[in-house]
Design a protein around this ligand. Sequence first.
Ligand code: 5GP
Ligand code: ZN
Length: 118
Amino acid sequence: SASSPVEDCLFCRIVAGEVPAEVVHRGDTTLAFRDVNPQAPTHVLVVPQAHHADAAALAQDDPATLARLVDAAREVAAAEGLDDGYRLVFNTGAQAGQTVFHVHLHLLGGRDLGWPPG
Ligand code: 5GP
Ligand code: ZN
């Protein structure tokens, strides 16, 4: 099913502990870890533990977990002291820059973030 670990999915492997990551939050259905190539002082990826390709698929298959990603990001942002704000991004599809097809919410903060993002 869509929720079983997917072989060769990098983020399924991180969830399973098969690939190391700096985990900053673990919920019942969510996991948050630092991006290996951070684009801001705080750059954390929040993922469902179950495999879903992108945010649109997660919204259709398990909207409660989609909401939990945002709530986990709020908790991490508070722990990181991002009191002046932060950005949440779902890159959805290759043209938007999605490279890992296990949905992940980017949490970015700790510097002024430009808009539009380019
Ligand atoms: P995307 O481009 O799909 O929106 O975001 C994928 C993100 O995953 C990128 O920001 C990239 O730096 C990050 N990433 C890629 N490989 C790894 C890894 O092995 N560990 C961690 N922690 N992040 C990774
Ligand atoms: Zn996966």
